[in-house]
Design a protein around this ligand. Structure first.
Ligand SMILES: NC(=O)c1ccc[n+]([C@@H]2O[C@H](COP(=O)([O-])OP(=O)(O)OC[C@H]3O[C@@H](n4cnc5c(N)ncnc54)[C@H](OP(=O)(O)O)[C@@H]3O)[C@@H](O)[C@H]2O)c1
Length: 268
């Protein structure tokens, strides 16, 4: 059990998932958690579900916090940091989830050079302990690093990145990856509907196709490439589909599209 006062500033989609993941794993003390955001009604249910303290006052929320998660959108980080910086405990550990907000900016926003900072990029399945969480730290002691690792551990696969650029690259795979997979599923559903398959079954069919694929890969340890060739037998139908996708430039387009996202990171 991590016996620390933990505050969440900004309780939107991803903070919600992290809170679910941490509380379900019972590795943090619910009585030491405070949630803070401008609209109480948007996270009151979450607070009630686990019996957490909630507030709309960021300053009150951080006064005794030993760990502060910053879970607001990148453009709001400066305002939030400006509001709380003089009220933080001197040794508070700040964990920023905001994509693309660099350590340089965080130091500037918190007006402190030697503040303990962690940048984290989680993804939504952290709520079930099945996420991928990339992280990188700045001004952390060995003890701080151990604390960060044990705090994040129940959320899924934890990857410590060697620098911020690596974290940005990882975020393009795992953070955004959930969106790519869901987008692919949505398009498969569209095709299924256009074929006149029973509307009620379509989402279940697609979901089972994905969970079945993932289960098979994780049970066998097979690579996606090997599974692709096993399904796309020579002269067969799947091969025809994949060949057509390759010829149409799917791989190239996908890779270029991810690159466009990566190039946007610094502009958020
Ligand atoms: N979503 C993901 O999968 C994901 C993955 C990795 C990283 N991230 C990063 O996580 C951050 C949050 O993303 P999200 O998807 O969770 O966004 P979101 O759902 O919009 O959540 C942002 C939250 O910040 C709150 N907020 C706004 N101003 C605030 C203030 N002054 N003080 C305290 N709270 C304030 C908002 O409250 P109101 O709604 O009441 O205004 C909202 O609940 C972003 O920086 C994003 O880059 C997200």
């Amino acid at each position: 059990m991590i016996n620390k006062n933990i505050t969440f500033i900004g309780v939107g989609h991803i903070s919600h998932a992290i809170i679910d993941g941490l509380l379900k794993a019972k590795t943090v003390d619910k009585d030491k958690i405070i949630l803070s955001g401008p609209h109480l009604e948007r996270f009151n249910d979450l607070g009630k579900k686990y019996g957490l303290k909630t507030t709309t006052n960021n300053i009150e929320a951080v006064k005794n916090a030993e760990i502060v998660f910053i879970g607001v959108r990148p453009k709001v980080v400066e305002k939030v940091a400006g509001g709380i910086k003089t009220h933080l405990k001197s040794d508070a550990l700040i964990i920023s989830i905001a994509a693309g907000v660099t350590f340089d900016l965080l130091h500037k926003y918190f007006s402190a050079k030697e503040i303990k900072l962690v940048k984290v990029i989680p993804n939504i399945p952290v709520a079930y302990g099945l996420g991928v969480v990339g992280w990188v730290g700045d001004y952390l002691t060995v003890q701080d690093k151990t604390l960060v690792k044990s705090l994040l551990k129940p959320l899924g696969l934890i990857i410590e990145c060697k620098d911020e650029k690596t974290l940005d690259k990882l975020s393009m795979i795992s953070g955004c990856g959930i969106g790519y997979v869901a987008y692919f599923m949505k398009n498969l559903e569209k095709i299924a509907k256009s074929y006149g398959l029973n509307e009620d079954d379509v989402s279940k069919i697609v979901l089972n196709t994905f969970t079945g694929t993932v289960k098979h890969l994780s049970e066998t340890g097979e690579s996606p490439e090997k599974l692709t060739s096993a399904v796309a037998t020579k002269g067969g139908i799947t091969e025809e589909v994949l060949k057509s996708m390759e010829e149409g430039g799917f791989s190239k387009l996908f890779s270029e599209s991810v690159k466009k996202g990566y190039d946007k990171i610094g502009e958020l």
